[in-house]
Design a protein around this ligand. Structure first.
Ligand code: SAM
Length: 239
């Protein structure tokens, strides 16, 4: 499997992704604002508006990290479980929830590939900027499908490849030159940000990823590109 530019064994990828997020956890939120010029907030707002959580629903925010998606979902009154493989990210998330006076979220360590939740439990499954870090993506998609009830919905927010040509070139130059430098400057960690950028380039394009969601059993799959597909919202239903 690929870890940034390198090909590594699956166990090694999982371990190295773990190290990346352990290293960036304390600076993660700051870096998101710095790298996206605050735009990640708008993408996340749009994403949660698409999910349309409702009071009383059970929602799983997978790879939920420091809670950005979960906090937005929870405003609806839905019961939100934040699951992430990395305890350092969850730790920061729990602190943030406390600072903001948000309680009632369930925080739990989990690998998206092997979920501890029962079949047909959740009304909605969300994963934001998480799936590209997962070693076995088809397996994670099958687990999403298994843990959703019938009529449940799957939503993924992830970087993709913009189809706007000039913008794509500018973005490529920006991400490959500037982002690792920003990582060094703000988080003293150039390598982690180099990985994060390279993993975006390696991620399947929009139609390919939509097909993968279908292969996991979802129907009525859809993709909504943002900024020409720089970021994309993929969704599907379980019937
Ligand atoms: N969803 C949050 C957000 O949008 O701000 C966090 C996104 S962060 C870029 C990616 C997260 O994916 C990290 O917290 C990382 O620990 C988590 N992750 C990576 N591999 C995972 C896996 N196999 N299972 C669960 N979480 C994973």
């Amino acid at each position: 499997v690929s870890f940034g530019y390198e090909d590594v064994a699956p166990e090694e990828k999982t371990q190295r992704v773990g190290a990346v997020f352990k290293n960036v956890a304390s600076r993660y939120d700051l870096m998101n604002d710095a790298m996206s010029g605050g735009m990640h907030r708008l993408w996340k707002d749009r994403f949660v508006a698409r999910v349309k959580p409702r009071a009383g629903e059970q929602v799983l925010d997978m790879a939920g990290g420091t809670g950005d998606i979960a906090f937005r979902l929870a405003k609806s009154g839905a019961s939100v479980t934040v699951a992430d493989i990395n305890p350092a990210m969850l730790e920061v998330g729990m602190e943030r929830a406390q600072e903001r006076g948000i309680d009632g979220l369930v925080w739990t360590e989990a690998n998206a590939e092997t979920l501890q939740f029962p079949d047909r439990f959740f009304d909605a499954y969300t994963i934001a900027f998480g799936i590209r870090n997962v070693t076995d993506i088809p397996k994670a998609l099958r687990e999403a499908h298994r843990t959703l009830r019938r009529g449940g919905r799957f939503f993924c927010l992830e970087f993709s490849t913009t189809t706007w040509p000039l913008f794509g070139d500018v973005y490529d130059a920006y991400s490959h030159k500037l982002v690792p430098k920003l990582g060094k400057l703000l988080a003293n960690d150039e390598d982690s940000y180099r990985y994060l950028i390279e993993s975006i380039r390696r991620f399947p394009d929009m139609p390919t990823f939509e097909r993968m969601i279908g292969e996991a059993g979802f129907v009525q799959t859809k993709v909504e590109p943002l900024l020409g597909g720089l970021v994309a919202i993929h969704s599907g239903w379980k019937i």
